[in-house]
Design a protein around this ligand. Sequence first.
Ligand code: ARG
Length: 575
Amino acid sequence: MKKRNLSIIKWVFLEAVKKTGYEADPDQIHVEKIKEFRFGDFSTNIAMLLANKEGKRLHEMAAEIVKHTKSDLFEKVEVAGPGFINVRLEQKFYTSEASEWLDDFDGYLKDFFNLTEKKRAVIDYSHPNIAKPMGVHHLLSTVIGDSIKKIYQRFGWEIISDNFIGDMGTQFGKLMHAIKRWGNMQEIEKNPIPALQKLYVQFHMEADKEVELDDEGRAEYRKFEEGDKESRKLWNKIVKWSLLDMQQIYDRLGVRFDHMNGESFYEDKMQVVLDEGRKQGVIVDGEGGSWIIKPDDPEDVPVLVRKSDGATLYVTRDLARIKYWQEEWSPDLMLNVVDVAQSFHFRQLIFAQRKLGLTPARNEHIAFGRMQFADGQMSTRKGNILLLMDLLDESEKRALTLVNEKDVELSDNEKRELARIMGIGSVKYNILQQSRTTNITFDWDRMLSFEGNSAPYLMYTVTRAKSVLRKAGLKPRDCRKHSLDLDLDIERKLMIQLMMYPDTIRRASEEFKPNHIANYLYELAQDFNSFYNGNSILQAESKDLKASRLMLTALTILVMEDGFKLLGLEVPEKM
Ligand code: ARG
């Protein structure tokens, strides 16, 4: 496979290291762009790695590597700071990269990632609960999970999405009991979700007064678990209604799943897990006839996999899921994009799965924080449940106001379509642009603005770039035979930022963090805008310069559009 992009730089240094007689681990070598780029284009940590390993003086190590570095692609190589090695590359290097990139974008990225074997991941995200409206944490999981899926696909993996919907659990017993007691089937059929929601709330209110109600709900659930025909029928209806409701949200978000194996799918798949665990002696008797897996450290809590009354638990269904994933797909990686509040559950799950030997795959809990609303920004109309539909409506409405304020030549229909793309895109981008490991703030004014790190800003930038090529009557690929002229600082800066894209994808997938892509795109958009505002492209001083600038514009479009795809954003035609 051909070496491309930053891996060429890495390769040149690895060759130099070979000549010094030392050995470096390619996976630990990083090539980063230099912020103060008058010091060079890229810098590498290779000397630090080796000096540490060999116990040599950093400066000497760096000098030795530089002495052996030979490449006609490098205009300048020098030791900088405490022991970084900085390089500045010849224009011809950028030209040949840019042409190949424009010629075959997919192939270019594939060569860079250089996956030698087929890798497969399975991912669970979204997983709302049936018979309840989707919560904000489900929105976060949906948006983050879907982006991780797309990033992995881009990275060259096969990735299967399987939505572990919560379609079991005692809430069903309660709801079924409430339907029987206060519900009117005809009315529910008309508008199921709010009707069911009301009944659920009513149940909880009445249960405060009438303590027996909880027991009755549990009894109802037991009937269902034992396979009572009537409860099964009612349950089927509830599931069907809820799925229709969820589908509307998925359609608006443009999210699709390969599978929707909810908790009930595993009902008949838990017993073997339990039986095998018993046989292995991993699952043992706990208190009062329950079944548990003992922790390694006796101070820790055991994992309860079967209650004393014989009932299974959430963790038991998750264990059956892991066994099923393994048998069905034998993946290299399993991902669970779930609220940080469930960290304890996942620690127990991953521990139990390991003890039971259910899979050799790496299994990761991809945790994310809470959504924090800027004060007074979220109207929670129906009780204190925030309906996602309302949130999306509100975002599109605000986007339309923004579009109308702007002086754009669009028909009313085009404006509405743009507002839809911007509204949905802003909700997604706002989530993805923040690090998932901290709380995620939600602020309409910041999200829906043409300035700053926002979806409208990025969308505006890419349509701007596209209109340049449109005016020139070119498609990005048409610009591949040009040659780059990076005399101006901003041109060079833009090209260097473009070159960082493949490595950003790699990093985002390795860390399961779409915010690396989002923030990368924001920087790229800023660079492109400075380039665009400060220089004329179509009216450049010479034909060659115009061709070079068109090439930079074409690359920006390709990268921005690709990055948008990874974040699940649509690109508007005109703005
Ligand atoms: N349905 C659950 C909830 O809403 C989340 C499921 C998470 N996924 C999992 N594999 N446990 O809390």
